[in-house]
Design a protein around this ligand. Sequence first.
Ligand SMILES: [Cu+2]
Length: 499
Amino acid sequence: MSLDRRSFLRLGAAGTLAAGLPSCRPRDGGSPAAAGQPATPAPSTSTAADHTIRIGPGLVELSPDRIIATTLYNGTFPGPLLRLKEGVPVTVDLFNDTDTPEQLHWHGQRVPVDVDGAAEEGTPFIPAHGHRRISFTPGPSGLRFYHTHNVAGPDLRAGQYGGQVGIVYVEPKHEPGDYDREVFLLLKEFEPSFSRGGDMALDFLAPAERDPKLESAGESAMKASLAKKMPHGLEVGYRAFSINGRMLGHGEPIRVRPRERVLFHVVNGSASEIRSLALPGHTFRVVALDGNPVPTPRDVPVLWIGTGERVSAIVEMTHPGVWILGDVGDDRQNGMGIVVEYAGATGKPRWIAPLKSTWDYTAFARSGAPAQAPDQTIELIFSKQNAEIHGFNRWLINGDAFSMTTQKPMWQVQQGRRYRLRMRNASDDIHPMHLHRHSFDVTSVAGRSISGLTKDVVMLGGYQEMDVDFTASELGLSLFHCHMQLHMDFGFMGLIDCR
Ligand SMILES: [Cu+2]
């Protein structure tokens, strides 16, 4: 194993400074009440947990000359694939071998506050060099994942910028199984750095209609801040891209046979990026979004996957050769791809750029059936204050940035009632909006009403409007936030209090 100079320096820094930098802290700033509280009683050694996850430093070999030192689960990237069974209780030992209290979030599962893994909700931290044992009943079934929920703020070694991501598959009681085998793919970037202005695609969502009122509000806020000589806020870019922890060309290829039907379970484990995937000569039949079967499975040439989203799609292997399954943008050249190799095929992996296509959630929904009316509609406006916090944009929900100090709930809901979150985006960015401990139904996209589409993250387009409905089923606090680390850490969160 060889290290290039940069990796060696990173490794050195990680090795000597460990995780003790001030910005590498839990969201509450490490208040005694949460971070410093005594660890959950030591595990009983008489019974073994069903799963053990150890959080600690380690190395990711993206390629022989690109080795990253970061924080990992069980020393591997991705973390171990956990196959759980819907409705069958499970016990997990969480060990934290780092110097920083940690939160491990069970993204997409309906779990209690003390399990979910969000300090804002009240989940106890896994203390530094400490342990927690948690028990929960997995569900709903489908493709889920787990990741750290620590704040990173300006520290690009913390939070989800590092290597704390793993896939969970909650096996349903009845698996439809219209495929020959499953392949799990975790998309993740490494070597983050700050930049002014991003290069992420923003024009792939359909319907594309913008709300003129939102647009003029956003544009005039932007003009006003530029007139005050405020620059654009800092963004995060990356130099290394990987699928399952390997850069394109450096991992094992996906070996397939002609006519085989492969079910790809794709997880976007990025801290901040939206990803695309195409496989030349093949189409994806999208069967589930965020692990939930869609009412209308559809064939698409390109998958678009927001931060924290998952797509499950079947590909029928009808085009023998050696192909690149990869990002349609430049990031493919920097590693965001994996080789698909048919049995007996030889030669260099080939890439053919797909025709430009759009991503339309409404295509996968039930057509012609209106959504159930909610008991109450909660109006939300999302806005941006350019470069307001030390060069970072500040993000507001209804005029307020989430306060890490007060952590005051923004909305009160009643258990069993159904709520519509009417999200209006007065910024030009796409925001992958996520609700903890619940799933929601997407019921309107840019003015188009739909039903039957159940998700837990959804990309809200720039200057667009979207409705998502959820039944408040879980008592206590549930976090609602943009899944981009850079946005949530700088205000883009709110707490829903269910009683
Ligand atoms: Cu955002």
